[in-house]
Design a protein around this ligand. Structure first.
Ligand code: MN
Length: 357
């Protein structure tokens, strides 16, 4: 009977800790964990309870093989690893902190390793029963580490301490009327407050419950098509557009102007070609200054919602030549709008978007 209890109690204890841990994972499993970026090696969800069920039995049996012989020396170490095991559930899921979770699981790795070394010298069976646990923990440490590293920049992807955050309308760094008279307050109010906002709202609505949920806007633009592509690309295009405007006319940074001279002959020549392309683009669309993966600059016109990212080019700045961008201020005179628009370009922002130096 005593022998039976020596095995039974540790197994029961391990399962109790596992059950309490699962209970505390609660909402995080539904509202947070599914939206994290995870390693491709992550097994299907069903594997976890099965694996842990088996491991808890082995962990319990390991302690049992010591306790059945009346050897209590390992008890403290065994309980300590169990507490760490529980603490990991609390830190990773309940607190939604992959970082603290990672620290705890590393401590658990060390403790389990110490347990194996210690029991190997006394009862090898107890040590071997812990080996699958150790292997699983190494794998779990990798999965936890992957989540920590890949979900660090939550801005537009995942809020680490909240449920999934949708795309939001980025705040303007200038007042609605600061770009007047080139761009009136009314134009900014409609273009930014209505058109841009609608593209963001539509994108949020269209990604709900799809694999696109949790992806960055640029990734969605690269991978999607149809209505989602149109709205996500317009959301991204307008983000680059409104972020790239300034009420204070700026001098082009030297690095960028040198490259413009290199690729277009002179800044004046670039301005001329850019304006010609913007005026000449038929219908709705955008004209971009973009760079290829070797850093060569090009003026790229795109139709409708299209974005240079779809053509393996990195967008630096753009002009919106959809009629809604200028009709209130310039009616059909697109050429006047394009000419005036060039005064609002924030060249610092364009230079900051350069990736290939
Ligand atoms: Mn627009």
């Amino acid at each position: 009977m005593k022998k039976f209890l020596a095995y039974f109690i540790p197994i029961l204890l391990a399962f109790a800790v596992g059950a309490l841990g699962s209970y505390l994972q609660g909402d995080a499993l539904k509202e947070w964990y599914p939206y994290l970026i995870k390693s491709p090696a992550t097994p299907p969800a069903i594997v976890f309870p099965i694996a842990w069920g088996i491991l808890y039995i082995l962990i319990g049996l390991s302690a049992g093989t010591m306790l059945a012989k009346g050897d209590m020396s390992v008890l403290r170490l065994w309980l300590f690893q169990l507490i760490l095991n529980f603490l990991w559930s609390v830190c990773f899921f309940a607190l939604r902190s992959p970082f603290v979770g990672l620290l705890v699981i590393l401590a658990l790795d060390v403790t389990v390793c110490a347990y194996i070394i210690y029991t190997m010298g006394r009862r090898p069976a107890a040590a071997w029963l812990f080996v699958p646990y150790m292997l699983w923990l190494i794998f779990a440490t990798y999965l936890n580490g992957f989540i920590y590293i890949n979900n660090k920049k939550p801005k537009e992807r995942i809020a680490m301490n909240a449920t999934y955050v949708k795309f939001s309308l980025p705040a303007l760094s200038y007042a609605n009327d600061a770009l007047a008279p080139t761009m009136s307050k009314e134009t900014v109010e409609y273009h930014y407050g209505k058109h841009f906002k609608t593209y963001i709202d539509n994108t949020n609505r269209l990604i709900e419950g799809t694999p696109y949920e949790g992806m960055g806007l640029e990734e969605i633009v690269k991978k999607s098509d149809g209505a989602l592509f149109n709205n996500a690309a317009q959301a991204l295009n307008h983000r680059i557009y409104f972020d790239g405007l300034t009420p204070v006319q700026k001098v082009m940074p030297k690095g960028l102007s040198e490259r413009i001279v290199r690729d277009f002959g002179s800044v004046e020549e670039f301005n001329k070609k850019f304006a010609e392309t913007a005026v000449g683009l038929f219908g709705s669309g955008w004209v971009w200054l973009a760079e290829d993966d070797k850093g060569k600059l090009a003026i790229v016109p795109t139709k409708d919602a299209d974005n240079p990212l779809r053509h393996h080019l990195n967008p630096l700045m753009c002009i919106d030549v959809w009629e809604h961008a200028y009709y209130l201020d310039y009616q059909n005179r697109r050429a006047d709008f394009v000419k005036e628009y060039m005064k609002l370009v924030d060249w610092d922002k364009a230079a900051a978007r350069v990736k290939h130096k």
